[in-house]
Design a protein around this ligand. Structure first.
Ligand code: DN4
Ligand code: BGC
Ligand code: ZN
Ligand code: ZN
Length: 363
C-alpha cells in the first residue's frame, strides 16, 4: 500500500481531480519508476469528458489514474533479464498482453480478447502513469539510451501508433505495386485529417516515405504550426475554403468524424488506402451511399482500422525520434507546445488552441 499523489478520474463517467490516493502495489514488481514527463492527448480528454466508449476503471477501484504517455526514470530495479537498471530512462508500454494468440506473441496491439479483457495503462482497467511513482516489470519497458533526448522521448508512445499504422499501410500495399515506376513513393499524395499531435507525427513519417503531405482541418491553423509543416516540407489547407488535392493515395484520419472521412473517401485514388485512427464515439453519423461503395470497390480501395502498437513499434519510434531529434533544426522538439504542473488539471479539460503536444513535468 502506498500513498501516491496522482491525477484521478471517475472514469468512465468522466471528470478529473488531483489528489492523494492509496493503491495496492504488487510486491513482485521488478522496477520502481518515477515519471519525468507524461503527455496527454485526445484519448485522455475523451476519458475526462466521458465520451470514450471503451474506457473502464481498474478492478475494485471507482477511479483510474490517468496517463498512458510517459518517459520515466528507474529509481529502483531488481535484477532482471532485460538489464534495466537504476538510473535508466524508459518508456512503459501502454497495452499489456492478455490471453489471445496475438497477445502471446507480443502483438497485444492486435488483441482479440474482447473489450473488457484489453488492459491499457490509464485507459482500460489499469492505473496510468500520472503519479509520483509506480511499479512495473522490466519486460514492459523500452529503454531510452540517449538521455539528451528526453523531451523528444516523451513522444515515443504516440509515435509508436504511427509506426504501427505505417506497418498496416506497408502490409496492404503489398497486394499491388503501390510505388512509382522508379520504386519510390515520390509524388504519391498523403492527406492527414486533423492537426493534433498524432497528425503531426503522421506527417513526419509520411515525409520519410517522401510522399507529398497535406494536413487538413475545417479551420485555419496558426503560423507556428504552419511553420513546422513548412520546415518538413508538408502542407496545410482548410478544406472548407479550398481543395488543394484531387487524388489521394494514402488517407489517414485522426478526426474520427464520419462526415469528413466520407468527404475525402471520394478523392482516394486507385489502390488507395484509408487508415482510420481517430476515435470519436460522439460524432454524428454519416452514411456511405451506394455510389461511394461502388467507388471503393471499383478502385480496390482499402479501409483499415489501426489501434495501438507493439514493442517493436516503440523501438522503431525511438529510432525515428532520435533521427528527427538530431536532424537540422530539431523540428520535432517544436511539437511540444507547453509543459504543465501535475496539479494543473485544467489541461485535461480544455485543449489550448496553440497545442500540438502538452506535457506534464514531474521533476
Ligand atoms: P487531437 O489533438 O484531439 O486531434 C484530433 C484532431 O482532429 C484535431 O486537430 C481536431 O481539430 C481534428 N478534427 C476534429 N474534427 C475534425 C473535422 N471534422 N475535420 C477535420 N479535423 C477535425 O487528438 P490526437 O492527435 O491526440 O489523437 C487523434 C485521435 O486519434 C484522437 O481521436 C485519439 O483518441 C485517437 N488516437 C487513437 C490511437 C490509436 O488508435 C492512439 C492515439 C490517439 P481541432 O479540434 O483541433 O479543431 O491507437
Ligand atoms: C493509445 C493506444 C491505445 C488507444 C486506445 C491511444 O491513445 O496511444 O496505445 O491503444 O489509445 O485505447
Ligand atoms: Zn495518447
Ligand atoms: Zn489478446
Amino acid at each position: 500500500m502506498a500513498n501516491i499523489d496522482g491525477i484521478t478520474t471517475d472514469a468512465p463517467k468522466g471528470g478529473v481531480r488531483y489528489g492523494t490516493i492509496n493503491i495496492n502495489d504488487d510486491a513482485n514488481y521488478e522496477v520502481k519508476l518515477k515519471p519525468l514527463y507524461t503527455g496527454l492527448c485526445g484519448t485522455d480528454r475523451a476519458e475526462v469528458s466521458g465520451s470514450l466508449s471503451f474506457t473502464y476503471n481498474p478492478e475494485n477501484y471507482n477511479y483510474m489514474v490517468l496517463g498512458h504517455e510517459s518517459v520515466c526514470e528507474v529509481i529502483d530495479a531488481k535484477e532482471n533479464e532485460f538489464e534495466i537498471k537504476t538510473g535508466d530512462y524508459v518508456v512503459p508500454i501502454v497495452r499489456r498482453p492478455g490471453k489471445c494468440v496475438n497477445c502471446r506473441i507480443g502483438r497485444q496491439d492486435n488483441c482479440s480478447d474482447g473489450d473488457h479483457d484489453i488492459h491499457e495503462a490509464g485507459i482500460r482497467g489499469i492505473h496510468g502513469f500520472n503519479r509520483e511513482y509506480f511499479f512495473d516489470y522490466a519486460k514492459n519497458l523500452v529503454k531510452i539510451n540517449d538521455k539528451g533526448m528526453i523531451l523528444t522521448a516523451a513522444m515515443t508512445e504516440p509515435t509508436k501508433n504511427v509506426m504501427k499504422a505505417f506497418e498496416v499501410f506497408d502490409t496492404v500495399s503489398k497486394r499491388t505495386i503501390f510505388e512509382n515506376d522508379d520504386s519510390t513513393y515520390l509524388e504519391k499524395n498523403c492527406v492527414i485529417i486533423g492537426t493534433g499531435s498524432e497528425a503531426f507525427l503522421y506527417a513526419f513519417m509520411a515525409r520519410e516515405y517522401r510522399m507529398n503531405v497535406y494536413l487538413v482541418n475545417r479551420h485555419d491553423i496558426n503560423d507556428y504550426k504552419k511553420n513546422i509543416l513548412d520546415k518538413i516540407n508538408a502542407n496545410f489547407y482548410d478544406y472548407t475554403k479550398e481543395d488543394k488535392i484531387k487524388k489521394i493515395d494514402l488517407l489517414i484520419d485522426t478526426s474520427g468524424d464520419p462526415g469528413t472521412i466520407i468527404r475525402f473517401i471520394g478523392k482516394l485514388n486507385y489502390n488507395g488506402v484509408l487508415i482510420l485512427f481517430g476515435t470519436n464515439g460522439k460524432a454524428p453519423a454519416s452514411a456511405l451511399s451506394g455510389e461511394d461503395i461502388d467507388y471503393i470497390i471499383e478502385r480496390n480501395i482499402t479501409l483499415a482500422g489501426s489501434v495501438d502498437g507493439a514493442k517493436i513499434h516503440y523501438l522503431r519510434a525511438v529510432e525515428y525520434l532520435e533521427k528527427w531529434n538530431y536532424s537540422e533544426g530539431s523540428i520535432i522538439k517544436n511539437l511540444v507546445t507547453g509543459t504543465y504542473k501535475p496539479d494543473d488539471t485544467s489541461i485535461f479539460l480544455k485543449k489550448p488552441q496553440e497545442e500540438i503536444k502538452s506535457l506534464i513535468k514531474w521533476f
